[in-house]
Ligand binder design. Structure first.
Ligand SMILES: [Zn+2]
Length: 100
């Protein structure tokens, strides 16, 4: 059974009719904010990932009554897959006709 999408404005757990959408941020040295994302371009020299080049900015939706929460990734088809991005594709069984 599919999970109900909080972006409809209704909570599937408690039936409340108010949902808040928020864009979480991340804070590094000097408290400079960057938008939270699911992946980042690898650095060329220093190693690790570069917060200046994110993929898949995150938004979070939560029910204003019970706090039930769902995360959503922007442009999910554009998030690169690979160890250098610290992402891994997990493929499940295909069900019915493709939706795209
Ligand atoms: Zn709720």
């Amino acid at each position: 059974m599919p999970v109900s999408d909080l972006r409809s404005g209704n909570c599937p757990l408690c039936d409340h009719h108010e949902v808040v959408e928020a864009r979480p941020g991340e804070f590094g040295d000097g408290s400079r904010e960057v938008g939270a994302a699911v992946a980042y371009e690898p650095r060329w020299v220093l190693g690790g990932r570069n917060p200046e080049y994110p993929y898949g900015h995150l938004s979070v939706c939560f029910c204003r009554a019970c706090g039930y929460t769902q995360w959503f990734t922007a442009e999910p088809d554009k998030v690169p897959i690979g160890d250098e991005y610290e992402t891994r594709l997990i493929e499940g069984k295909r069900k019915g006709p493709a939706f795209r």
